[in-house]
Design a protein around this ligand. Structure first.
Ligand code: ATP
Length: 228
């Protein structure tokens, strides 16, 4: 059980223009906890992650991250506070090298060379393969390697909380296992994880707790082991 609250969402409503998608969402993520968000396509999982990271506006409600209110803060401010979002579909820059992609995740102004090296090494601890691919164009790597790069880029800002949207999407079973194992490793270093997954059984196996979403609302939540 966690002792410190990392993220608290209270009575959150949000959507796109006049289309209301999220209705009265309440969620908590503790320090060093993996929390999984599951639900059918269109339930609103990606929208919720986008609202947390400031990409989609909050219409009503509170989002508290590490004791600070962040609802409707700008995405770059939120990243700087230590909350990083790895979007669905990876969204890496295919024409840029692995190194250039990682540098775009650092979000630190005028990072000194030594600091950049330290951040790179932090990422390589979790994804050693990226070290051997630094000069390769990201678009020429396999889907699994691109997913590693997308998570690695998210880690360059040294997050306290990582939002992961469908990290196993389209990957071979062995690669899914690798990615989920890394998520567990990240969590063991104290990073909190809010994970959206279609691969529900595999995700519940590594999660502490889970919330189930249906048409924009949380319909049930509990310990991952019990929900399984
Ligand atoms: P999936 O697993 O398919 O990504 P999801 O649970 O993440 O599903 P969302 O992508 O958050 O669901 O979509 C929730 C609802 O919001 C859907 O009805 C979708 O059509 C709608 N929606 C998503 N993005 C937009 C947008 N940019 N403009 C308008 N409606 C949107």
């Amino acid at each position: 059980m966690w002792h410190q609250l990392m993220l608290k969402i209270e009575n959150l409503f949000a959507g796109y223009g006049r289309v209301q998608v999220l209705k009265d969402i309440n969620i908590e993520v503790g320090k060093g906890e993996i929390v999984c968000l599951v639900g059918a396509n269109g339930a609103g999982k990606s929208t919720l992650l986008k609202v947390i990271s400031g990409i989609v506006a909050t219409a009503q409600g509170r989002i508290t991250f590490h004791d600070q209110e962040i609802a409707n803060h700008k995405p770059d401010q939120i990243v700087r506070m230590g909350l990083s979002h790895v979007p669905e579909g990876r969204q890496i820059f295919g024409d840029l090298t692995v190194r250039q992609n990682l540098m775009r995740g650092s979000y630190v102004d005028k990072v000194k060379k030594e600091e950049m090296e330290r951040l790179f090494n932090f990422v390589f601890d979790f994804f050693p393969i990226l070290k051997t691919r630094l000069t390769q164009k990201a678009g020429t790597m396999s889907g699994g390697e691109q997913q590693m790069l997308a998570i690695g880029r998210g880690l360059m800002s040294q997050p306290k909380l990582l939002l992961l949207d469908e990290p196993s999407l389209g990957l071979a079973p062995l690669m899914v296992e690798t990615i989920l194992k890394v998520i567990q490793n990240l969590c063991s270093t104290g990073i909190s994880i809010l994970l959206v997954e279609q691969n529900v059984n595999a995700a519940l196996q590594i999660s502490d707790r889970a919330y189930v979403m249906e048409t924009g609302s949380i319909v049930t939540h509990g310990k991952a082991r019990e929900l399984m």
